[in-house]
Design a protein around this ligand. Structure first.
Ligand SMILES: Nc1ncnc2c1ncn2[C@@H]1O[C@H](COP(=O)(O)OP(=O)(O)O)[C@@H](O)[C@H]1O
Ligand SMILES: [Mg+2]
Length: 224
């Protein structure tokens, strides 16, 4: 049995007291799983993801990410936890004043690797997302699909244990969407990375087996 990397027990999430977005929900995600969390717009997918990377504290219940209790996590511990996470957003969240190369290198710089390691790892990652010729470009000189591939390279840079993705292909054309799904599947299959994707709809033609949770009226239900 592989270990649980995300555990929620009676988890309640809220922005304001008495207005719960996620209500007393319990679920477990094991190491190496590929998991979708679906639900209609406004159901709480992004809210749930925020709790996974520590931007939103549980209002009540238990949330454990990589063995870390999120309800009373200290800033130093949060910085430590983030080294285990690769995060991808619908709007990419690249730093516009930095080149593609520097964006991808960011997590490596934070992790304190030498310049040589940062350079070679960044070149390898850009090749992996088919952007080896775009390292010196700025994000706004790229298409949306290319920007998301940069975000993907950045998310993979430090070999995360868990990838969290919030509508990663929501704004992308079909070709770029396929590339992103392939990369997520590849990380899961080849590296055993746990992948958790929040999305309003699961893409067809996925090759990896996956599990599925659905959010309805604040409750997280296991579908598969
Ligand atoms: N920062 C916030 N402050 C207050 N309410 C919020 C905030 N962000 C989201 N919400 C509310 O939480 C609910 C769920 O939003 P969200 O998690 O973004 O849904 P989804 O990602 O499934 O579309 C919505 O009703 C939304 O208005
Ligand atoms: Mg959302």
């Amino acid at each position: 049995m592989s270990k649980n990397v995300i555990v929620a027990k009676d988890l309640t999430l809220a922005y304001k007291p008495n207005v719960p977005i996620i209500k007393e929900s319990s679920f477990k995600i094991r190491s190496g799983e590929f998991v979708f969390v679906t639900g209609p717009s406004g159901s709480g997918k992004s809210t749930l993801m925020k709790s996974f990377y520590g931007e939103l504290r549980p209002q009540s219940g238990i949330l454990q990410i990589g063995g870390v209790m999120m309800q009373d996590i200290k800033p130093s511990k949060l910085a430590f936890l983030r080294k285990y996470l690769g995060i991808i957003f619908q709007d990419y969240k690249l730093i516009k004043d930095w080149t593609v190369k520097k964006n991808v290198m960011l997590p490596l710089l934070i992790a304190g690797y030498s310049k040589e390691v940062c350079d070679s790892q960044t070149a390898r990652l850009l090749k992996h997302v088919h952007l080896q010729d775009k390292g010196d470009y700025y994000p706004l000189e790229l298409s949306g699909g290319e920007q998301q591939r940069v975000a993907m390279a950045r998310a993979l840079a430090h070999n995360p244990v868990i990838i969290l993705a919030d509508e990663p292909t929501g704004n992308l054309d079909e070709y770029s969407s396929r590339v992103i799904w392939r990369l997520l599947e590849g990380a899961n299959e080849q590296l055993g990375t746990t992948v958790v994707v929040m999305t309003h709809s699961i893409p067809p033609n996925l090759e990896v087996p996956y599990r599925h949770y659905y959010i309805e009226e604040g409750k997280v239900y296991e579908i598969a």
